[in-house]
Design a protein around this ligand. Structure first.
Ligand code: MF3
Ligand code: CO
Ligand code: CO
Length: 266
């Protein structure tokens, strides 16, 4: 019997292109870091990333005009869970935590990655959330290998969040990625769900893991702009994301940044 995700397995040539796209996306996060400071607008961050992606990387910012999204990156501050829209009047201030989510298209293939930044000195609470959310991502990544079931990833992520009395958002999940931004058929839940059919990973699959972890309850609400997702209880939320390749014996982090630690707990 053929595997249900066989059609999503990438050829060596496609994997080479995914590696390039992944490394370009990672380089945008490295480039933008020094600019994530108090007083900067999220619009200015968007412009800088847009120019870097188009002029320097000669790539395409995938969010721009994706299902009507108006900007080139997502900027999600504090209680914003994901899909925050950069704005001139949204100014970073000391104590903020912000997720910047970058997706680039190079040679027809996507690289999708995001990380948290802290602005100046942030509260102990906020720092802890940011750190545990990162651990949730890497605990998921560590489980990736042929034969591993997708379900165990969600279970491990939710378990780690709960252990710290945090919750894991359910409305958004990791996704297959390749020549499309979000591939049908491969979803990586960041929570435990007994009701869905389980799927085993096979070499050559490329997908993201991107847990959104809240200090308060897991529930979210979308604002009237139809994009910005916030926590219903306005508690802080943090997210980290990588694009991954299931290899013959484990995992490759296609969007790993230079010098980035990959241990779940550092
Ligand atoms: N990068 C997001 C993800 O991780 C998707 C953003 S869609 C956009 O899947 F339109 F808001 F950009
Ligand atoms: Co993604
Ligand atoms: Co993303």
């Amino acid at each position: 019997m053929t595997h249900p995700l066989q059609h999503l397995v990438k050829t060596p040539d496609e994997i080479a292109k995914m590696r390039v796209a992944g490394q370009l996306a990672a380089s945008v996060l490295t480039m933008i870091e020094p600019y994530v400071v108090a007083g900067t607008s999220t619009e200015a961050l968007d412009q800088r990333c847009h120019d870097y992606i188009t002029n320097h990387l000669k790539a395409i910012p995938a969010p721009l005009n994706y299902r009507g999204f108006p900007k080139s990156i997502c900027t999600s501050i504090n209680h914003v869970v994901c899909h925050g829209i950069p704005r001139v009047d949204k100014i970073l201030k000391e104590g903020d935590i912000i997720n910047i989510d970058i997706t680039v298209i190079k040679d027809g293939y996507h690289g999708d990655t995001s990380r948290m930044f802290t602005v100046g000195k942030v509260s102990t609470q906020a720092n802890r959330l940011v750190q545990i959310a990162r651990e949730c991502l890497f605990i998921g990544i560590e489980l990736v290998k042929p034969g591993a079931s997708l379900k165990t990833i969600g279970q491990a992520i939710e378990e780690h969040a709960s252990k710290h009395h945090y919750s894991s958002v359910r409305e958004y999940c990791g996704h297959g990625i390749g020549s499309s931004f979000h591939e049908e058929g491969l979803q990586v839940l960041h929570y435990d769900d007994h009701t869905i059919p389980d799927i085993q990973l096979i070499p050559g699959l490329t997908f993201t893991i991107e847990p959104m972890i809240n200090i308060g309850k897991r529930f979210t609400k979308t604002l009237n702009d139809d994009w910005t997702v916030i926590t219903k209880d306005r508690s802080l939320s943090a997210q980290w994301e990588h694009t991954l390749l299931c290899t013959d014996d484990g995992v490759d982090i296609l969007t790993r940044r230079e010098g980035e630690k990959t241990d779940p707990i550092v």
